[in-house]
Unconditional design. Sequence first.
Length: 473
Amino acid sequence: MEIIHVSAECYPVAKAGGLGDVVGALPKYQNELGHLAKVVMPMYKTPFLYEHEFDVVHKGSFAMGHSWINYTIIKEKTNDLGFDLYLIDINGLLDRQKVYGYDDDIERFTSFQIAVVDWLSKWNHRPDVVHVHDHHAGLVPFMMQNCFAYKHLATVPTVLTIHNAQYQGWMGWDKGSYLPAWDGNNWGKLDWKNNINPLASAVKCVLRVTTVSPSYLEELRYNSNGLEALFEYEKGKCSGIINGIDDLVWNPELDKYIATQFGIDDVDEGKLSNKEVLCKEYGLDINKPLIVFIGRLVDEKGADLLPRAISDAIYHMQGKMNFLVLGSGDFWVERQLEDMKSGLMGYYNSKIGYNEKLSHQMYAGADFLLMPSRVEPCGLNQLYALRYGTVPIVRSTGGLKDTVIDYGIPDGSGYGIRFNDATVGDITYSIHRAVQLYSQPKRLDEVRVKMMQIDNSWEISTGKYVDLYKSLQ
Ligand code: ADP
Ligand code: GLC
């Protein structure tokens, strides 16, 4: 089957979070099964662009409101990524260094989506599935079905994967004129509560919706930032497929980013040697359990709770553990995490910013990874932690609930630490349990081996996506 993935991110081209990891991996594994999966995304000014060569495959133009937009599609030459990569170049709008965060993001991603559909409509063959990811690609199904110029795409099956329903791409109805002439009778397919809502529109228009874990799908029906009734109504076409991890990128035996590679047989030595590198660099004590946080510093991830939880844990448990935080996001959280450093030197350190290499070193060298997420559609951090023998400490929500079992459950099948509430109290109690586990080396060792044996590879989930596409043919 020929599958076109439409996304704002794709690792290693451009990544702001887990969406990039998934779109960089899923097509590769679909191709390994004998399909023809391709990715189309915006052309940003990221290092990948300058390190690779491209062919121009299409040039086109369209009107967006009062602007006339020219676009160029370039295709990566080598196919090194394991799939065909198409980048959409729109001068002045998409060619920026960051993926998101600009005042004109609405214009940027609307123009990207129009260019995708315009290009698809000019191809002289039809793909078997157009698979859109999150709200940045959410208007694509509507345009394929309702814009007069693109009506011949209306019968191409479309699938939406929701990685995060907190962000929906809302825009006022004044932006309705941005879209190429469309059938006004169908305005209801764009609308949610008097705004154009690209995510809601995709849920309405696609044949199938998937979420990145089954538990997240359940949660959306009562907590989805205003879309609860829609998910209840459309539940018949929704299913949850858990993410996998890309074993070619996230494998402690091969990982080129980490100081010492290791596998199940030498996990203790391997982790210790990686921990040493981190402790030296960040002034921490190698003999204490090292607890890390890696991620976006936003409320969704419970990052605002970190400063209090870390200082409380250090003070109330007499500094029996060390912390290292890597992340960027809310200004006030960043500032607090930086300001705490001087008072907690030797117990806590942080690195504000985005650093792919350091994140790998932290998964490898840490003993525990903390994820106090309020919302977690799937979560990849805990999957990477499991693969690198790092015990995840997670709040029981979304994908975290589906992938981590508490080590304390009586049948002995568990391997992580789970807590119920995103509160400082629940977090510090879980840290206390982590310190206890660390003080029992034999038990910790058993847990590490068990975690590293879990198969969270993409193979299983890729098969589920392919079955879903087949049901639409
Ligand atoms: P989300 O996509 O919601 O941010 P995920 O757990 O799915 O959460 O994925 C986060 C991805 O982004 C992981 O690959 C993680 O290692 C990476 N990541 C997040 N913040 C940083 C950072 N500051 N530096 C490096 N990698 C980061
Ligand atoms: C989103 C979610 C995260 C998920 C990722 C990849 O960013 O917040 O939980 O793992 O997408 O699907």
